[in-house]
Design a protein around this ligand. Sequence first.
Ligand SMILES: Nc1ncnc2c1ncn2[C@@H]1O[C@H](COP(=O)(O)OP(=O)(O)OP(=O)(O)O)[C@@H](O)[C@H]1O
Ligand SMILES: [Mg+2]
Length: 258
Amino acid sequence: MTERSRKSHAAVREKRYDWGSLERKGAQEMEFLKIVHLCKYYGKGEIQTTALEDVNLTVEKGEFVAIVGASGSGKSTLLHAIAGVDVPTSGKVFLSGQDVYAQNNEQLAIFRRRQVGLIYQFHNLIPTLNVEENIALPVLMDKRSVNEERLNGLLDLLGLQERRKHLPNQLSGGQQQRVAIGRALMNAPAVMLADEPTGSLDSRNGQEIIRLLEESHKKYRQTLLIVTHDEKIALRAERVITIADGRVAGDERQAVRA
Ligand SMILES: Nc1ncnc2c1ncn2[C@@H]1O[C@H](COP(=O)(O)OP(=O)(O)OP(=O)(O)O)[C@@H](O)[C@H]1O
Ligand SMILES: [Mg+2]
């Protein structure tokens, strides 16, 4: 055996038996989302508001978590911190091993577009873009070509096929919410974060939206976090985290309903 082939054999052996990296992978799945000592304060001095105070959490890859808590307790702030859209005052957020806020602005923008599907509590559609453009936005901003089959599939699922050329102000609140959901689903992101996604919908449409999110979560093994006031939705989740005064006040696993 030549020196060169001996080296390459050794490299192959090392690669095949790289237990270290396998263990790391396992840990990365177990701690797919990891939040460490997260604090978020708004304002300064007397008007300072504590939105989050020392939040610590880990969520496994593919988990379905409901986040509940009173109005003003910090649920939206937490979701935005996970999504990479709201820089925390202190503490860290890791997603898939990546320290989210250690990235520069450009990396952070790419991370948000490719890894995260965020459905805001109050729709934030681009008013000058029509339905299909709003849904395809994460792809368009990445300057990639739109997968027409996926776009059409989503428009069908969301019941928006006939509205695809409409602008947001030509849609009902529920239709706007469905567009926001389509946009979050477009890239099949690793994590879906939904802030009261059924808030403006009647119960039939609300259930349909949850069914869609659950279907996508199962199909793509996406981690799904839903902020909700709706007990029926919380009951569908594998785990319910309660936020009170910016802290984790409860964390319970529950049997999953079919
Ligand atoms: N931009 C901001 N500036 C100042 N204070 C803010 C800001 N955003 C949120 N807060 C405050 O932080 C706290 C948490 O707000 P957050 O929106 O996270 O609550 P929430 O649990 O989502 O409430 P809701 O159920 O009403 O949506 C509240 O006291 C709120 O007033
Ligand atoms: Mg909120």
